[in-house]
Ligand binder design. Structure first.
Ligand code: UN1
Length: 485
């Protein structure tokens, strides 16, 4: 394990220091971005299907080392091993997707208004991409960006969360192995820059990086977005969520309870897609909520490496105090809290395990409208669907959403233009745990970015519109006459 550096890495499992890594200073960051610029000159000319071959090889490395990388994810983030492995599977899936994509980077052919002319759209590599990732999905979110960027012809400069540098360094090793088998990929195709906000700022402000893809809090996005725009760069923002589920009277409560549990307490509530607001119809409230509380009571909390554990620790003390402060505010705003206490303090004084909390609220107060990155689920009551949708959309964030109903009209209304205002809207599954095949991201303060599947690749390329004249004349568009002499 890495040692001798100036950045200590702690495992949230017991708070123990597990490694030390070296910060990149300003000169090192400049050098790595410079290397990415150089790599771009070569990589952009490599045919895309050949670039896809590198990602196929990366996918193979990930398959071979799934268990080891999954364990490292668990060690560094505290998510349970099943989810650590799931995260690596998500990486494998996006690699497979990107390999196929490497033969599908096509544009349109467009009819011209001029005789003997043809128009078309071509997609070209954009340049080196800056990727800023968060602690909670330390490697999967990088891979959504990187797998697409590489097949699109773009090198990647990656700034992982300073809480999770080890998994990032492990990915660079796997990538180096894939590069080695590949043979002639340019050095500098992938660099990791380690450090805090000063390193992030260096990446954000560097105009050699035409796209910054950043995942993190809305506050972070409020800084990154304008700074990148200032230099006319593009940003792809994946910021906070305040994801809700509406549970309608016709819902299958058996599967609804399971979905609520996975989305609200899975990853200890530290997914950007975690379920934070449950909007329950009043006719089923007294049936659903006691069942949910009973299920919460039987959740296995503990060491995330142990089989059967469903909830591991929070990432660190800040995560814990953030949750406690939110609970205080819930009480001040009239909410009734079940759970939420710290556990295993004796055994793990340096680690922060909590009982997931349920907060029954009278209305959508300020704290309910705020994202708290912890297992804290607000419960609200509704009478008719219009009211539920208004509550649902009445928050600043717009990432993921869901409805549990067996009423087709309700389901379709929720998915319609007058329904959920989120980037992800689901029926009879929770808001978290998206597959890679769809575009991932959200609206409003979530930042508007889309990454991963569908046509998210377009963000990593530049579009050119080409007009070709194969006639012997020079007709002008809009019928303009411009005759010389
Ligand atoms: C995140 O929390 O930043 O949809 C990403 C999900 C996962 C990705 C979450 N596939 O919950």
């Amino acid at each position: 394990m890495a040692s001798g550096g100036d950045l200590a890495v702690h495992s949230p499992i017991d708070g123990r220091e597990i490694a030390r890594v070296r910060h990149d200073d300003a000169a090192a960051v400049q050098k790595k971005i410079g290397a990415a610029v150089k790599a771009f000159q070569v990589w952009r000319d490599v045919p895309a299907p050949r670039r896809g071959e590198l990602i196929r090889l990366l996918g193979q490395e990930l398959r071979t080392h799934k268990e080891a990388l999954g364990r490292l994810v668990t060690l560094e983030t505290g998510k349970i091993l099943q989810e650590g492995l799931g995260e690596v599977q998500e990486m494998i899936d996006i690699c497979d997707f990107a390999v196929g994509l490497s033969r599908q980077l096509y544009g349109l052919t467009i009819v011209s208004e001029r005789p003997g002319h043809r128009m078309m759209e071509t997609w070209h590599p954009l340049g080196p991409i800056g990727v800023i990732s968060a602690f909670n999905f330390p490697v999967a979110v990088w891979s959504w960006n990187a797998a697409l960027a590489f097949v699109c012809g773009d090198p990647v400069v990656w700034k992982p969360s300073e809480k999770t540098p080890l998994t990032a360094l492990a990915c660079t090793r796997l990538f180096a192995r894939a590069m080695n088998v590949f043979g002639d990929a340019p050095d500098g195709l992938l660099s990791v820059v380690i450090g805090g906000h000063e390193v992030g700022e260096a990446v954000v402000d560097d105009s050699r990086l035409p796209l910054i893809s950043a995942t993190g809090s809305c506050r972070m996005g409020q800084v990154v977005g304008p700074r990148v725009a200032q230099r006319f760069g593009r940003s792809l923002l994946e910021l906070g969520g305040n994801n809700a589920m509406i549970v309608a009277p016709s819902a299958d409560l058996e599967i609804a309870v399971r979905a609520i549990l996975f989305s609200a307490v899975g990853t200890a509530g530290q997914r950007c897609t975690s379920l934070r607001r449950l909007i329950v119809h009043r006719d089923i409230y007294d049936d659903l909520i006691p069942r949910l509380k009973a299920a919460y009571g039987s959740i296995a909390i503990g060491d995330p490496l142990v089989d059967g554990t469903l909830v591991g620790p929070l990432i660190d003390e800040r995560g814990f105090t953030g949750m406690q402060k939110a609970l205080e505010q819930v009480r001040a705003e009239g909410g009734a809290v079940t759970g939420g206490c710290r556990v295993f303090e004796d055994k793990f004084p340096e680690a922060f395990y909590v009982q997931p909390a349920i907060a029954e609220m009278d209305g959508q107060t300020d704290i309910v409208r705020t994202e708290t990155f912890a297992p804290l689920l607000y419960v609200l009551v509704y009478g008719d669907l219009a009211e539920a949708i208004a509550l649902h959309n009445g928050v600043p964030q717009g990432l993921a959403s869901s409805i549990f109903t067996n009423d087709m009209r309700e389901a379709e209304r929720f998915l319609s233009s007058a329904g959920s205002d989120c980037g992800i809207a689901n029926v009879n599954i929770g808001p978290s745990g998206a597959e890679i095949g769809g575009a991932f991201g959200g609206e409003k303060e979530t930042g508007g970015g889309r990454e991963s599947g569908s046509d998210a690749w377009k963000a990593y390329m530049r579009r050119a519109t080409n007009t070709i004249n194969y006639s012997n004349e020079l007709p002008l568009a809009q019928g303009i006459s411009f005759n010389v002499g």
